[in-house]
Design a protein around this ligand. Structure first.
Ligand code: ADP
Ligand code: MG
Length: 683
């Protein structure tokens, strides 16, 4: 079969195109355009209308115009810096075409004497004569010139003309692809095919027509393919049969009754959901999502406890040693003595590590805490039944899938994230997992008072924290990186540290990207023990750690952060029972939009709500967690403007799941939309 009639043509690399040599394809690759399909999403930004032609006598100076002329005479001075020149005319007048740096041979070819040629460009008037300098749009075939020409934001080194040619070629050869959508879905887009949609997408007059069927259909394809892959992963994991866990919740309830708080409704609900999964014969792959401070840890530890009581071992992974230790200590505190608990630290001696490894394989340890190293290194378990991963929002879909595969079939997986995201993004980012959400926070928590301050009012802030320190409280002081791209740029944090050290001698410490991991742990532990009062840092501190004695966070240059991120940072305080404050500092007066955003933050402490509002005001690309999620940004789809398409895709996926529809017809869709790495394991 001719490859051009197959979707695979779209996946072939660019060098298979006419006029694309090594140099052009390298330039494109630099922009991550590797295949013909990739180039389809490089959309025109505007167009230049060259369709109307004029006569020389009617030419307008300094405007782009199209004329049909006959070349009369060449003048090639062969003197450096003097341009080559071709005198041309029509029945109404004369015009000079001027060429700098063009070979005579080329000029003779494009402007042959006596032949009719159509030419387009910006017209000048010089010494009583019209002029066109370095015209690029020249052809004996007038219809090629007389049309609307797309303007692309170009890759350096590739001319508009070449680009237009490439796109034109691709569009001409677009393979007919069998429709993948159901009739009902297609109807929503007035039955427009993928093929037709792509053609329309590149029509100059369709630029910016986001509401039209062609655009909506293509956006839907993107969303749907993402959801579909997620759904397939979920289904695949669900198919795995495992040994059921078998436990009595009486023991769990005993622990709960001894806590110095009672579980919130959502904590109980999510715990039940997890327990149900543990007891089922299907492998669990579940995400526990809840805002900072919503109390996920206790829920996960209780499910760990139940797993242990079923005769299995549990591994709990945290992003940092200090957080692993905090979880470890909590387990020691609440679990009955017969549960054997260990922590595997990066700093443990070789002997200790070996000892723990031996005990794990000998099933002399029930639950082990540690960092990711726990899973990466060759730690083996006798009977691992549950892996819990805390604060995992930096994992993408394929990493999660790998993790689940590696865990083994009898091992359930519980991931936790403190990143609330808008509902439309949930299926996009977490659609491969079952979801348990803690929405309501423990009500003993006092709301964090949030203030905004101009930087030149820093004296007020200093007075405020002096007062807090006198009351025995501790302060976080966050300085953003000055340039996002330079991850090591921490000059603002260093400066602030020097400044505060003078005001609060022996009470300030500094953490930044260059602090070693060991040093960081030492400093954080000292802060935890209240050995010093102010911790100045860039944003490197993870959000999960409980510092009950810290009740003020100052965030400098706060407009550098998204609302969700500010909310997360703010969540570092307010974990104890003190009144706590968050002070947002700004370099200059806030714009109306910024004020609106900050007000959302001041008036709400609900991460889900904040992320929705943040997305509405800033677009989804900036939502915390999305960029790191491993899912590339959509090219057309936008969760704000295409909200209904996300809902539609969710519905359609549910239908396909419920009706157990064969998904093989979606293969081209999935392959094209570049999720092949994942789907390979599935198909
Ligand atoms: P996160 O969801 O951010 O991981 P944690 O599990 O660290 O939150 O809980 C934050 C704090 O809230 C802890 O000090 C924990 O003891 C406390 N906590 C958890 N659940 C409750 C509850 N139901 N009532 C009161 N305090 C709670
Ligand atoms: Mg946590």
């Amino acid at each position: 079969m001719d490859i051009k009639s197959n979707y695979k043509y779209l996946l072939s690399d660019l060098s298979s195109l006419k006029g694309v040599g090594i140099k052009t394809s390298q330039l494109l690759q630099r922009k991550k355009i590797n295949s013909i399909f990739d180039i389809l999403w490089k959309l025109p930004k505007s167009y230049t209308d060259r369709s109307l032609s004029s006569k020389i006598k009617d030419l307008k100076i300094d405007e782009i115009q199209t004329i049909t002329i006959i070349p009369q005479k060449y003048s090639f001075p062969r003197v450096r810096n003097l341009p080559n020149r071709v005198l041309c005319k029509d029945e109404t007048g004369e015009i000079d075409c001027i060429f700098f740096n063009s070979y005579e041979g080329y000029i003779k070819k494009i402007l042959p004497i006596g032949k009719e040629v159509t030419i387009s460009g910006k017209v000048k008037y010089f010494r009583n004569k019209y002029q066109l300098t370095n015209p690029k749009y020249i052809s004996e075939n007038s219809s090629i010139i007389k049309q609307k020409h797309n303007n692309y934001s170009l890759t350096e080194g590739i001319s508009e003309k070449v680009y237009n040619k490439i796109i034109f070629q691709i569009i001409e050869n677009l393979p007919k692809i069998d429709e993948w959508h159901s009739k009902d879905i297609l109807k929503k887009f007035n039955n427009i095919s993928w093929n037709e949609s792509i053609k329309k997408l590149h029509k100059p007059e369709n630029i910016g027509k986001f509401k039209e069927n062609f655009y909506q259909r293509l956006a839907f394809d993107e969303i749907f393919s993402t959801f579909l892959v997620n759904s397939e992963i979920r289904k695949k994991i669900k198919k795995i049969k495992k040994i059921k866990k078998n436990f009595n919740t009486k023991k769990q309830n005993e622990i709960i009754s001894k806590l110095d708080f009672s579980l919130t409704k959502d904590q109980s609900k999510t715990l039940n959901e997890i327990n149900k999964d543990l007891c089922s014969e299907r492998k669990m792959f579940r995400l526990l999502q809840g805002d900072v401070g919503s109390g996920k840890t206790i829920v996960s530890l209780l499910s760990a406890f139940n797993t242990i009581n079923s005769g299995f071992q549990v591994a709990v992974m945290a992003p940092t040693e200090i957080l692993a230790r905090q979880h470890f200590l909590l387990a020691k505190k609440i679990f009955p003595e017969y549960i054997k608990i260990e922590i595997l630290s990066g700093k443990s001696t070789y002997k200790d590590k070996k000892n723990i490894s031996d005990k794990l394989i000998g099933k002399k340890i029930d639950i082990v805490f540690g960092t990711h190293a726990l899973f990466q290194k060759k730690v083996e378990f006798k009977k691992l039944g549950l892996i819990i991963i805390d604060e995992q929002h930096k994992f993408g879909v394929s990493q999660r899938k790998k993790l689940s595969d590696k865990a083994g079939k009898d091992c359930d997986v519980l991931l936790m994230t403190a990143t609330p995201i808008p509902r439309t993004l949930t299926m996009t980012i977490y659609g491969d997992m079952d979801l348990s959400i803690i929405r309501e926070k423990p009500n003993i928590r006092k709301p964090i008072k949030t203030y905004s301050k101009l930087e030149n009012k820093i004296d007020d802030v200093i007075r405020f924290i002096k007062k807090e320190i006198n009351l025995g409280n501790q302060i976080f002081w966050v300085c953003p990186l000055i340039e996002e791209s330079k991850k090591v740029d921490h000059s603002s944090a260093v400066k602030k540290y020097e400044y505060l050290k003078k005001l609060f001698p022996n009470q300030v410490s500094l953490l930044h990207g260059k602090t070693t991991i060991d040093q960081k742990e030492i400093i954080l532990n000292k802060f935890l023990k209240n050995d010093f009062k102010i911790l100045v840092s860039t944003t490197i501190i993870e959000v999960g750690i409980d510092f009950p004695n810290a009740n003020v966070i100052v965030i400098e240059n706060a407009n550098k952060f998204g609302l969700s991120q500010l909310h997360q940072l703010r969540g570092r305080v307010g974990r104890g029972n003190k009144d706590s404050s968050c002070i947002l500092m700004f370099k200059s007066n806030l714009s109306d939009n910024a004020k609106r955003r900050i007000n959302i933050l001041k008036n709400s402490n609900d991460g889900f709500k904040i992320s929705e509002e943040d997305m509405k005001l800033r677009g989804f690309g900036d939502i915390l967690g999305f960029k790191q999620s491993g899912i590339k940004n959509f090219k057309l789809a936008d969760p704000i403007h295409n909200h209904n398409l996300f809902i539609l895709a969710e519905k359609e996926i549910k239908r396909i799941e419920n009706e157990k529809e064969n998904i093989s017809k979606f293969k081209p869709l999935i392959k094209l939309y570049d999720r092949a790495d994942i789907i390979n394991d599935i198909a």
